[in-house]
Design a protein around this ligand. Structure first.
Ligand SMILES: Cc1cc2nc3c(=O)[nH]c(=O)nc-3n(C[C@H](O)[C@H](O)[C@H](O)COP(=O)(O)OP(=O)(O)OC[C@H]3O[C@@H](n4cnc5c(N)ncnc54)[C@H](O)[C@@H]3O)c2cc1C
Length: 534
């Protein structure tokens, strides 16, 4: 009998050794395959196995919305090995007039995130700068791209095609689950967000998903931001969108800005055969599209100000009837730090879309969040994580506030006004940019996101104002001109300082003086092993 037990124990031990060896081999293979996919080791879950979320692992992160931010973020965090569950209300290709021109600075961020191929195969057009029109005169303002790889330029495209490419890329990762559903509320327990409640497409049943971190990127109409930020939304104007066909832009591969009355008109290519026109209409209401008032407004008020080369196509686009409109919102970022949840994209911060800066800010923000989350092994201590992630809102400031301030200030300067001081400022801005060299390179570097530096913004803004005053006073200053000059400086200050004040002087210009700038990753969440390889 003893002999039998001993033989059984030996066989069992041998089998155990074989089993353990095989299992170890499999673990190694999992790690090896993840390594080859991304060129570096991906994070593993608590039990050491990297289970794809599609196979049922509980998510590390829930993302609400798969627009520009949600889809790019899902790919970025998924690539870093997080289990990501994205819930998007509508996974069909969006048909919107937003997010069609990506500035070169945004394209650089796209490269940094490994998403640059999302502008391939969608007939995206390269954009090399702007053409500025005023009273029949025009000036070409190239992006300062000399020191960059020849591939770096702006890109313009159909928004929906770009979004679908990013969604596909995110969904191709085994640990990203992209689901169609509408998030109805955040799940909160004692002040901590534990996940979301949502309705899956085609079902009335309320479902829940739990995760240590919920990132809300539900865009400009966000329903979920209420408890997560102080939403002071301003709507200075609306954009009315048309698509022009069978015509060529006067300056190929350039955005065109017409300093029209009452406010600017934009043209840029969105494919090899189509040109987007966005007409700014001040105020929160636009003439009714369905009644034909809008067509009348566009034909009588706007068409006479459109460059002659585009005139016929502009009228044809109105007759075609495919007119859309969208409010232009601006909202400074004022988040309420909330354990377990985090706001990004238009849900937390918006600026006037005149300068096409929204996607550049969004992609820069994703780079900041990725770098903050990378050293963390787990996200389970909600309070510690919340405190640490407060630094995001400071670290993003120099870039976001420069682009936001420029958009708000330029919109005001570019609008027509009966005030002689404002007229002078607008005229001087056109002439200053037309001087070329550093006078156009500096502002274009700010606008394109290639050098979004707040101090450079202030310098160029007041250089324009001083240039305007100089033109007024030379060669012979009169009391009237001196008075207009003084009002011009006051007016310029009245435009830029309120915007800077809402952005916050300290985080914008001296972020290192904000305590959260220096937050280190919480020790209990820190991944000492993986830190070395990242
Ligand atoms: C008229 C206009 C023109 C613009 N043009 C440009 C431009 O040329 N260049 C540029 O860089 N920026 C531009 N912008 C700004 C840019 O579009 C935004 O900054 C950008 O889209 C923000 O991305 P987001 O992911 O935060 O929001 P979105 O891209 O709007 O994505 C939000 C997503 O969340 C989903 N969602 C909403 N609620 C829920 C819910 N409850 N549950 C599930 N999903 C939900 C939505 O369906 C959507 O897919 C423009 C803006 C406007 C208004």
């Amino acid at each position: 009998m003893d002999y039998l037990y001993t033989t059984g124990a030996v066989i069992a031990s041998l089998l155990s050794v074989v089993f353990l060896y095989t299992f170890r081999g499999k673990r190694k293979n999992v790690k090896a395959s993840m390594k080859t996919q991304n060129g570096k080791l991906l994070k593993s879950s608590g039990n050491g196995m990297c289970l794809p979320a599609k196979m049922g692992a509980s998510p590390d992160i829930v993302i609400v919305g798969a627009g520009v931010v949600g889809s790019a973020l899902a790919y970025t965090l998924g690539k870093d090995g997080r289990q990501v569950h994205v819930i998007e209300r509508d996974l069909t290709e969006p048909d919107r007039i937003v997010g069609e021109l990506l500035q070169p600075g945004g394209y650089l961020r796209l490269i940094e995130l490994g998403l640059e191929d999302c502008v391939n195969e969608i007939d995206a057009q390269r954009v090399f700068g702007y053409a500025l029109y005023k009273d029949g005169k025009s000036s070409k303002l190239p992006y300062p791209l000399e020191n960059f790889h020849p591939d770096v330029a702006g890109r313009s495209f159909h928004h929906g095609r770009f979004i679908q490419r990013m969604r596909e890329k995110a969904a191709s990762l085994p640990n990203v689950r992209l689901e169609q559903g509408t998030v109805t509320s955040l799940l909160e327990e004692q002040g901590t967000v534990k996940g979301v409640q949502y309705k899956s497409k085609g079902s009335d049943q309320e479902l829940t998903t739990h995760a240590p971190l919920t990132i809300v990127c539900d865009g400009c109409y966000s329903n979920l931001r209420r408890s997560l930020c102080d939403a002071k939304v301003d709507i200075p104007s609306c954009f009315v969108g048309l698509v022009l066909e069978n015509c060529q832009l006067p300056y190929a591969n350039h955005g065109h800005v017409i300093l029209a009355d009452p406010s600017p008109i934009l043209f840029y290519p969105i494919s090899s055969t189509e040109i987007r026109c966005l007409v700014d209409v001040p105020g929160q209401k636009v003439p009714s599209i369905s009644s034909g008032d809008m067509a009348h407004y566009l034909k009588t008020k706007v068409a006479p100000q459109v460059p002659i080369e585009l005139h016929a196509a502009f009228l044809a686009a109105i007759d075609n009837g495919n007119i859309k409109s969208m409010p232009n919102r601006s909202m400074p970022a004022a988040p309420h730090p909330t354990p377990g949840a985090f706001l990004m994209g238009d849900a937390v911060n918006m600026r006037h879309p005149l300068t096409g800066g929204g996607m550049t800010v969004a992609l820069s923000d994703i780079v900041v969040v990725r770098d903050l989350l990378r050293p963390l092994d787990n996200l389970n201590d909600a309070s510690a994580l919340c405190k640490y992630l407060e630094s995001f809102y400071t670290l993003r400031k120099p870039v976001s506030s420069t682009i936001n301030t420029l958009a708000g200030a330029l919109y005001k300067v570019f609008c027509a006004s009966p005030d002689p001081a404002r007229k002078e400022m607008r005229e001087a801005c056109f002439d200053y940019l037309s001087l070329g060299g550093m006078f156009s390179n500096g502002p274009l570097a700010l606008l394109s996101g290639l050098n979004p530096h707040p101090l450079s913004l202030i310098l160029h803004f007041f250089a324009v104002a001083i240039y305007a005053v100089g033109r007024l006073l030379l060669p012979f200053p009169s009391p009237k001109r001196m008075w207009i000059g003084a009002r011009l400086i006051l007016g310029a200050s009245g435009i830029i300082f309120p915007i800077i004040s809402t952005e916050g002087v300290r985080p914008m210009f001296f972020p290192v003086m904000v305590p959260s700038y220096h937050r280190a990753p919480p020790v209990n969440l820190y991944d000492f092993d993986n830190k070395a390889i990242r």
